[in-house]
Design a protein around this ligand. Structure first.
Ligand code: FES
Length: 147
């Protein structure tokens, strides 16, 4: 049957923001790849983090899914840009659903975006921790310590 979408959904669907991807091997990139078992839709969301500030400086997504899932991921990329990881991990699907006026049957589409950002943050953190173990921060030399 014909479905009616809110204009904000249509806008993000017609002109999705930040479509694309970063190389997964980039140490500053966190990748979240999640799927919705109910419908089989898949969303990939990637964040690029500035190591020194801990802030998300860039975001990209690719979504194989319905219009609401595409709109939700597009909205999410705009929402979390410039945020700290802590702030970004607190963006709830209910906020997206409300902003895009998603009907109850489409709530899981926005949930995909929440899952994706959380998973991207987790991936970035685990990469960063692995890096920290490999490259221990240099001890100050005696000359530096007394300078
Ligand atoms: Fe499943 Fe939208 S219908 S993500």
């Amino acid at each position: 049957g014909v479905r009616f979408y809110h204009e904000k959904v249509i806008d993000h669907y017609e002109r999705p923001r930040n479509v694309g991807s970063f190389p997964k091997s980039d140490p500053d990139v966190g990748t979240g790849l999640v799927g919705a078992p109910a419908c089989g839709d898949v969303m990939k969301l990637q964040i690029k983090v500035d190591d020194s500030t801990g802030k998300i400086v860039d975001v990209k997504f690719k979504t194989f899914g319905c219009g609401s899932a595409i709109a939700s991921s597009s909205f999410m990329t705009e929402r979390v840009r410039g945020m700290t990881l802590e702030q970004a991990s607190q963006v709830k699907n209910t906020e997206i659903a409300k902003e895009l006026c998603l009907p109850p049957v489409k709530l899981h589409c926005s949930m995909l975006a929440e899952d994706a950002i959380k998973s991207a943050i987790k991936d970035y953190k685990s990469k960063r921790d692995a890096k920290a173990i490999q490259i221990p921060s240099a001890e100050p030399t005696p000359a530096q310590a007394t300078a």
